[in-house]
Design a protein around this ligand. Structure first.
Ligand code: SAM
Length: 259
């Protein structure tokens, strides 16, 4: 049960303080906490004066949570549900601050779900360290890929803190990292461009070691000269590999090749 639910509880007080500090919660703020567990972060968020809605999948833990935060429970609402099954529109316009020390197995799907919702402004989320590095990666390295692009389309992300496995009880087999996301009021990727952008990037990143122009020409049935011209117009070398192509250049390529 513990492994499936990713139940590694934060025991390090300084890391608890740091995670809550990154949220900048102030009195009256609405905080949506994902996976509160035994309240390591919940108590601090309530102490900052926030109204906390906590979504916890484990029924036993969810039932005990109000008793763990004392008088502050008046500002706590606990929802015993799988976050991935919630209809986030029911949370209203917020704006919400999101906080979560996420279970490793579902950290990425939870992030993807959050990215499609515009009810939040800032999110402080703990991931497996390697996932955190992929989320914040820019072009030029092996960490950069579809996950980095999907985050960049809607938010700014920074890796705020690396957290060693010893900070948790029981300790997991991997290290962790706290990522702070700020949702952009206007996405970098307009809705009208989404389909073409993701079609193109998914094709290219399935063969990330190959030159993107060749892969795209073949998959799209376009003459290589046309694809090369689109690369040059986007400011790219025709030999560029997917991991070298910045977000805005992907947009330019999608407009040129998929419209
Ligand atoms: N926030 C606590 C802490 O820092 O000590 C607990 C973090 S623990 C890594 C993850 C928590 O998420 C567990 O309490 C687990 O039961 C809960 N959880 C796992 N999957 C979930 C899901 N799909 N929706 C909501 N909560 C989930």
């Amino acid at each position: 049960m513990g492994a499936r639910l990713g139940q590694h509880f934060l025991r390090d007080e300084s890391v608890r303080d740091a995670v809550v500090g990154f949220a900048h919660a102030r009195p009256g703020d609405l905080v949506l906490e994902i996976g509160p567990g035994r309240g390591a972060l919940t108590g601090r968020l309530l102490a900052a004066g926030a109204a906390v809605t906590a979504v916890e999948l484990d029924e036993v833990i969810a039932g005990k949570l109000p008793g763990m935060v004392g008088d502050a429970a008046a500002n706590l609402q606990t929802i015993n549900e799988d976050f991935l099954r919630l209809d986030l529109r029911e949370f209203g316009p917020g704006p919400w601050l999101i906080v979560g020390n996420l279970p490793y197995a579902v950290g990425t799907p939870i992030l993807q779900k959050l990215l499609t919702w515009n009810g939040w402004t800032r999110a402080v989320l703990m991931f497996q360290k390697e996932v955190g590095e992929r989320i914040v990666a820019g072009p030029g390295g092996a960490d950069y890929g579809l996950l980095s692009l999907s985050v960049r389309a809607r938010a700014d992300a920074e890796l705020a803190l690396e957290v060693p496995r010893a900070a948790f009880i029981p300790p997991p087999n991997v290290d962790s990292a706290v990522v702070v996301l700020t949702r952009r009021a206007a996405p970098r990727l307009p809705a009208a461009e989404e389909k073409a952008f993701w079609r193109l990037t998914k094709i290219a990143f399935t063969q990330r070691r190959k030159m993107a122009a060749g892969v795209l020409a073949k998959a799209l049935g376009r003459p290589r000269a046309e694809v090369d011209a689109a690369f040059s117009a986007a400011g790219l070398e025709v030999s560029a590999r997917p991991e070298e192509i910045p977000f805005d250049a992907w947009r330019a390529l999608a407009r040129a090749l998929c419209s």
